[in-house]
Design a protein around this ligand. Structure first.
Ligand SMILES: NC(=O)C1=CN([C@@H]2O[C@H](COP(=O)(O)OP(=O)(O)OC[C@H]3O[C@@H](n4cnc5c(N)ncnc54)[C@H](O)[C@@H]3O)[C@@H](O)[C@H]2O)C=CC1
Ligand SMILES: O=C(O)[C@@H]1CCC=N1
Length: 273
């Protein structure tokens, strides 16, 4: 983004604010180039104090923006699109939607404007520059895809995928943050039961999980290859691992991800009352 460009984030909740913080922390833009909207604008006061533009009027934000990020819940989207429809100009704005289960075509159909729409599925680790973000579009130009990817690459890692796979990406990567966090939490609870204070157990479990992920990412190796190095014959690792598998560890994760992906595909339309 250049210094003249503005980005509007419509719906500044968990992911919208994580994105804003990530972009500013990565020096992609200054806080005053980010226009945050929320129905209850007072909830954004601390951001206004940091120099972000804040408003509850989405049309005002859209008019000033080159990139418009849609970041409301799926059931809040139709109302938002009705509101901004009069000010969306296909030749001016690029729409970026982080909303689960809503296609680029769904958005254009509702707006009745042939605007470019690019979908991005980040996760909350975007706030610390560690997101896994999947990008897809059905009509975005390569130039704009590159632009959106360059934004998300500064706050993590991005890949471009087919739009049909976006609900799967939601489950694996966006919801995935919660799945891995719950795994770490469970490990720490086990750690407390075998003798560590809760805060130590959590830190130890989190650093161990980070090490495991980095072994795969830095060495490009397969999990089983790394697991084989830990499991001594007749040892305690294989004993623990097999006990977990007897209790459905891998199966629970696989089934959860499949269920989550199915649910992601059913989120829209389901307008808020
Ligand atoms: N939370 C996450 O980790 C991720 C969420 N997403 C998607 O991002 C979207 C937002 O999710 P969250 O941030 O978790 O929800 P959230 O509920 O925290 O944020 C939505 C925000 O939009 C505001 N809002 C609703 N209608 C509005 C309107 N008309 N004008 C302005 N603001 C409005 C709400 O007050 C709320 O602050 C969802 O569609 C979700 O599927 C995508 C990837 C990850
Ligand atoms: O739970 C949800 O529906 C959203 C989408 C991905 C992460 N959070």
């Amino acid at each position: 983004m250049n210094a003249q460009q503005n980005i509007a984030i419509l719906g500044s909740g968990n992911i919208g604010l994580s994105l804003a913080k990530g972009l500013v922390a990565a020096n992609i833009c200054k806080p005053n180039q980010v226009i945050l909207t929320r129905r209850n604008v007072a909830a954004l006061d601390e951001y206004a104090e940091q120099g972000y533009q804040t408003t509850s009027v989405n049309t005002k934000a859209v008019k000033k923006a080159d990139i418009v990020v849609l970041a409301v819940l799926p059931q809040q989207l139709n109302k938002l699109l009705d509101e901004i429809k009069p000010v969306i100009k296909s030749e001016k704005q690029l729409l970026v939607s982080v909303i689960s289960g809503v296609s680029c075509e769904d958005i254009r159909k509702h707006l009745e404007v042939n605007v470019q729409v690019i979908r991005a599925m980040p996760n909350t680790a975007i706030a610390i520059g560690q997101s896994m973000t999947c990008i897809a579009t059905d009509n975005g130009t390569q130039k704009n895809i590159n632009l959106v990817r360059s934004l998300f690459d500064t706050v993590g890692v991005s890949i471009q995928i087919n739009e049909e796979l976006m609900t799967s990406a939601t489950a694996l990567c966006a919801c995935g943050i919660a799945f891995f966090l719950r795994s770490i939490r469970a490990a720490s609870q086990g750690g407390t039961e075998i003798g560590f204070h809760a805060h130590d157990a959590l830190r130890m479990a989190a650093q161990t999980a980070k090490g495991a992920a980095d072994l795969l990412l830095q060495l490009s190796s397969h999990p089983e290859q790394e697991i084989d190095k830990v499991t001594s014959p007749k040892g305690c690792t294989i004993a623990g691992l097999n006990e977990m598998e007897h209790n459905g560890f891998s199966s629970a994760m696989i089934k959860g991800i499949k269920f989550s992906a199915q649910k992601a595909g059913e989120l829209y339309p389901n307008d808020e009352a």
